[in-house]
Write a new protein. Sequence first.
Length: 243
Amino acid sequence: MNLIKLNAIDSTNTYLKRLAKETYQEDKTVVVAESQLSGRGQMGNGWLSREGQSLTFSVLKRFEALDVEKQFMISMAVSLGISEAIKALQIPNIAIKWPNDILSAKKKIGGILIENILEGSNVKYSVIGIGINVNETDFPALPQASSFKLETGKTFQLAEVLQLLLKTIFKNLENLSAKDFLELKTHYEKDLFRRDVVSFFEKNNGLGFNGIIKGISDSGELLVEIENNSLQKFQLKEVKLIY
């Protein structure tokens, strides 16, 4: 593992992608920032990061023969790896909010941004950005955000948390192309937030509806059973879970 530590950076994902374009970066290259000034999340959302209180890092993972049609395996593996580490730290009530937000007691404590570089019909490598709220206690205008410290009352050592996260993430990503998709999907769906519970959703056109999350499709779309008992598939930008 090649670990690169930086002080202040706009975005660890942007930095690592640029680095990988300029020179060959070995598998499991990790960029960690003390402070991230323009962190990005899914759908262009920002990520709050305070120096010495949170973890913001990106990893580069190379793959052999991982079909682009199965690229959601990366999201599942990373989400499950983070979930495993956080559970080991005894953070309570962990769930994965589709596609890859990590929640504790219904509040967001971690986010993932995955950017895949393709070569033909395969994923050549991924740059995976991860933000984890560890010791923060103040989230202005973010009522659905939380941290390890807020959920447990304990202060955590960032270096120790990082090492545990990297261990479980890389374990889950190892030999990913040879892993059973359905087995990974089963574990992912088991931790899926609000699965089999009536929930309220909002489409990208502003229309709301009630539905029940039943799982995910083989390409990573959210499967929602709506009022007439039909099963609909939604991609990331098509629907928002309101909770």
